[in-house]
Ligand binder design. Structure first.
Ligand code: SF4
Length: 363
């Protein structure tokens, strides 16, 4: 079992040493509704120019996503990009504390293969990647949720990693431009991807916070398949944060450390990560941190075990404490003592290395 994981980790390392290859789905399907949208047609043109295998569907139902086993369904779905219209319910935005006031969605699903994926259990059905073609309506709808006389924040990465799809869709750039013209609204998104060149010169007007999802190298190599390595992500963070006068994007930035895990030697591993971040932010920046420890639910564990039967991810209930959410559901978290130890460590590292940075939350 471990051999297979090591082989996967080696393959990932080889890919990242050669440079990360952007995701190219094996199948891209367009619903008739999506093709009625200008943005849907734009994605269609891009998909053709990338020589992707494009299908125009006769109706708005996506089929052909299931295989004979869970694992097969996973493989088929993760290789499928469906361009569809967001349903009506997507226009009724939900709050997303503590990250932002509201969440909205450019897409659902993600091409990466993180073995702890937080989407497990959040989205129904096979994990295909669905991009919403009615983007202009989705963006305009956010106006209705603006608060009077104060900045309202909108989170765009609850159900996807928007940068992972940008080379095919261009929708993130469109969204950043849109929020650049909105004085009272701020956009936030988080990514594990590194292809930020296309975002550097956008007129964001300081209203988009780019957040980079980072972890100790050991965790990223073993558990975050299909993503650029940590060093490449930190380079992306550096480019986005660097002032425009120096050729960077001049964005407010953030680091999302997630999921934090007390693996053997965790203090050294995370100290090394902080060393790398610090070395690469050698200029004035506007930086926040979000600190999220690993947790799982009975439902997410079951789904993840179906997707990644050989995972080395520690989901031993006996080693955790339970917490209940407001609907009575259980989640498994680290013990109070372990949490306090880690919190102290992270707060100290951040406070001593990045005195102007703000820690938004620890959970
Ligand atoms: S990048 Fe995020 S959404 Fe994508 S597989 Fe990893 S955890 Fe899941």
């Amino acid at each position: 079992m471990l051999d297979q994981i090591d082989e996967e980790a080696k393959a990932l390392e080889t890919t990242t040493k050669k440079g990360f290859k952007a995701w190219m789905p094996k199948r891209v399907v367009f619903t008739p509704d999506a093709m009625n949208e200008q943005y849907g047609q734009q994605i269609y043109e891009r998909a053709l120019s990338l020589n992707l295998n494009v299908e125009l569907l006769k109706n708005n139902r996506i089929t052909g996503l299931r295989g004979e086993t869970e694992r097969e369904t996973y493989k088929i779905a993760k290789n499928t990009l469906a361009v569809v219209n967001a349903p009506k319910g997507a226009f009724n935005l939900r709050p997303i504390p503590p990250s932002a006031d509201w969440q909205f969605h450019l897409a659902e699903g993600c091409p990466a293969h993180c073995q702890y994926c937080y989407l497990a259990g959040s989205l129904q059905g096979p994990p295909a990647i669905r991009v919403f073609a009615n983007l202009p309506a989705i963006l305009e709808n956010t106006v209705k949720f603006e608060r009077l006389n104060q900045i309202t924040s909108f989170e765009a990465s609850c159900y996807t990693d928007p940068l992972s799809l940008e080379h095919i869709t261009g929708g993130l750039a469109e969204t950043i431009r849109y929020f650049g013209q909105r004085p009272n609204s701020h956009l936030r998104f988080v990514t594990k991807f590194d292809d930020v060149e296309q975002l550097l010169h956008l007129p964001h007007n300081g209203r988009t916070r780019f957040r980079c999802s980072l972890n100790a190298d050991f965790v990223a190599k073993r558990l975050e398949g299909g993503t650029p390595n940590v060093a490449a992500r930190i380079q992306a963070l550096r480019k986005m944060a660097m002032p425009q006068l120096r050729g960077g994007g001049g964005y407010p930035v953030g680091v999302v450390l997630a999921p934090i895990m007390p693996i053997a030697g965790w203090e050294e591993a995370y100290t090394e990560l902080f060393n790398q971040i610090e070395q690469n932010l050698d200029f004035d920046y506007d930086l926040t941190f979000e600190l999220i420890t690993h947790r799982f639910t009975p439902g997410s564990k079951e789904i993840l075990m179906g997707w990644y039967p050989n995972t080395s991810l520690d989901m031993d209930e006996a080693a955790r404490t339970t917490k209940r959410n407001k609907f009575g559901g259980i989640k498994y978290v680290y013990s109070k003592e372990q949490m306090q130890l880690m919190k102290k460590f992270f707060e100290y590292q951040i406070g001593s290395r990045f005195p102007t940075a703000k820690i938004l939350y620890w959970t």
